[in-house]
Design a protein around this ligand. Structure first.
Ligand code: FE2
Length: 373
């Protein structure tokens, strides 16, 4: 049995106007690279606000605002080059999972030899990464508290992960005001990503009483807060609960990783451009139902939280309540897609196989996809 462990070195600040706490980042260095997406942070005024706080705290922020959804390894490498050119000494990720992950990739490359590919996998860094600060604008990927950064590797058509404890952000700023303008579809999809993290982490072989406590709390909060926040998008308390639930699941993930669902969802994202959260939400009822017999006690606990008898029914019901398609066909897939998808699932799931209790064959993936179709 693996040793039980839990590691969380970061500081989390949460509350209305938490963004002003970005001034604390000044203790991490003098020249931050502020990494963000192409539009939202600039248009919403958030980027200039973050710049102002950093400047007022005595640092000289440098901007990299070219991160797109599901960034390839090359984006982090380009951002790192920009950071090196401007002699940046720490990194601030502002936005959804993509900018936060790119920020971590930059932090790796600021203190290690070039080429992010060589750091794919677990704890492959030669030197600890430069300090990272994360400010999520979705709730969420949990990236603001995790050791993971995920990138598309175009050479293998897979999503690949850098897992390194030194990339866990020193400071995570959870400001519910930053998530109020998220459109309903993104609120639902990113919220279900957090839900998938909590549920997959709860079932992973390395789950332990500490991660279980975080995950159960996260699941309960999301089941209550996610449908409610879709009815009341401006409710800051519900937005705060979603940010905290996402961070709770993220902290648990550091001990356990994700399992089958995330591996299979990567196939939908890489090959068919389905957004990360939507892909996870879409497959979750079917992957969890497929594995349920391996975890009778834990699944009955999940059913209690969902208020259902059958976990597949309960998860489909949750998807319906938050406006996520309940089948692959509803999401636009055709029957002809299934064989290619099954192979891609097998490829993308290789990494997570040690984290579940059974072996999976191509037929198993096909069975799950057929049921999800
Ligand atoms: Fe995720």
């Amino acid at each position: 049995m693996a040793n039980t462990f839990f590691y969380m070195p970061g500081r989390i600040v949460c509350g209305p106007d938490a963004l002003s706490e970005l001034s604390q980042a000044a203790r991490l260095g003098t020249r931050p690279l502020l990494v963000t997406g192409t539009t939202f942070a600039r248009r919403s005024g958030l980027l200039s606000k973050a710049q102002e706080v950093l400047t007022a705290a005595g640092t000289e922020p440098v901007i990299f605002d070219k991160v797109q959804r599901d960034p390839p390894l090359a984006t982090a490498e380009a951002a790192a080059e920009h950071a090196q050119k401007h002699k940046c000494d720490f990194v601030v990720g502002l936005g959804g999972g993509s900018p936060m992950d790119v920020a971590k990739g930059v932090a790796v490359l600021l203190t290690n030899p070039p080429g992010l590919t060589r750091y794919l996998g677990s704890e492959k860094l030669e030197h600890p990464a430069a300090p990272v600060v994360c400010i999520p604008t979705t709730a969420g990927t949990g990236s603001e508290v995790t050791k993971y950064s995920v990138f598309v590797d175009p050479s293998t058509a897979t999503k690949q992960t850098v897992a390194a404890e030194s990339t866990i952000p020193h400071l995570a700023i959870l400001d519910p005001g930053l998530t109020v303008s998220l459109p309903p579809s993104l609120t639902a999809e990113t919220g279900m990503d957090a839900f998938s993290h909590a549920l997959e982490s709860y079932l992973a072989v390395a789950a332990n009483p500490l991660s279980d406590a975080f995950n159960l709390q996260s699941l309960e909060m999301i089941v209550r807060a996610l449908p409610a926040v879709l009815d009341e998008p401006d409710n800051l308390d519900l937005r705060r609960q979603m940010l905290l639930a996402s961070a709770l699941a993220g902290m648990a993930l550091n001990s356990t990783g994700t399992i089958l669902n995330h591996g299979m969802a990567y196939a939908l994202t890489v090959g068919y451009s389905v957004g990360h959260g939507k892909a996870n939400a879409l497959l979750l009822p079917y992957t969890i139902a497929y594995l349920a017999a391996d975890y009778p006690l834990k699944i009955s606990r999940v059913c209690d939280i969902l208020g259902c008898e059958d976990v597949e029914v309960g998860l489909l019901d949750l998807n319906r309540r938050v406006g996520i398609p309940t089948s692959l066909s509803e999401a636009g897939f055709t029957e002809d897609d299934l064989p290619v998808l099954a192979e891609s699932c097998q490829l993308n799931c290789r990494r997570v196989m040690p984290r579940i209790k059974r072996k999976m064959s191509l037929q198993d993936y096909t069975k799950i996809l057929r049921r999800a179709f």
